[in-house]
Design a binder for this molecule. Structure first.
Ligand code: HEM
Length: 204
């Protein structure tokens, strides 16, 4: 099992580099590197890539605590903050791409979208909540907020549900992919509820 020093010196740089790869692929594609072409609709490719990675990183963040229980070690917890911040960064890029490249900052169109397409409204709510968690993710904010910090950061479950919902709702026909992500989230939530119930002495 890795020591905390190994996590800091090796694990974190490796995870950081891995989390940067999808973004690096997009930048390479935008710069015209042939192996990373963004396809016929680059704006949609950027929208989909940043969206799916925001969701994957959010689910990975939620996997760290159960992984710690499973292994009986604390090292997985060391990755939670970095993964959560990467999830936020990809979601912010996703939103920026929507505002700048997809809607060209056309306020009327954006407002109409929010009213007309409920999955956009859900995305905006998820991103706003994620922003609150990213802004309070520092050790200083944790100390300042005390017990309220824990309560605030439990919102990550609601955010993950909203993100899966957002994904499901924007799919036109085949819901297989969002269903896979929603099932993974379902397992992660069930594991937590199961442990919570066991610790409180409920028989499942
Ligand atoms: C936590 C925040 C968010 C997450 C995790 C997220 C995730 C996703 C995912 C997974 C997809 C589908 C990608 C695919 O098809 O492979 C998607 C699509 C999309 N999202 Fe988000 N999203 C978030 C916030 C937002 C926000 C704030 C907006 C805009 C206001 C937005 C607008 C869109 C649009 C326009 C699409 C593409 C729909 C289409 O292809 O027709 N999302 N998002």
């Amino acid at each position: 099992m890795p020591t905390l020093r190994q996590v800091r010196l090796i694990g974190k740089p490796v995870v950081f580099t891995a989390a940067m790869l999808p973004l690096a692929g997009l930048v390479a594609g935008a710069a015209g590197v042939p192996a990373f072409q963004l396809g016929a609709n680059p704006v949609e490719t950027i929208q989909d890539t940043t969206g799916i990675w925001a969701l994957r990183l959010l689910l990975l963040t939620l996997t760290m605590t159960p992984l710690g229980w499973l292994t009986g070690r604390s090292w997985p917890l060391q990755f939670r903050r970095m993964l959560g911040l990467f999830a936020f960064a990809y979601a912010a890029l996703h939103f920026t791409n929507y505002l700048l490249l997809d809607r060209a900052l056309d306020a009327a169109e954006i407002l109409a979208d929010i009213g007309k397409r409920p999955y956009v409204t859900i995305g905006v709510i998820a991103l706003t909540l994620l922003l609150a968690l990213a802004a309070t993710s520092t050790a200083a904010a944790r100390r300042r907020l005390g017990r309220r910090w824990q309560a605030l950061h439990r919102l990550v479950y609601a955010i993950a549900i909203l993100a899966c919902w957002h994904f499901w709702w924007q799919v036109k026909k085949d819901v297989t992919e969002p269903a896979v992500y929603a099932s993974i989230l379902g397992v992660l939530l069930a594991v937590r509820l199961g442990r919570h119930a066991r610790l409180r002495g409920y028989r499942l």
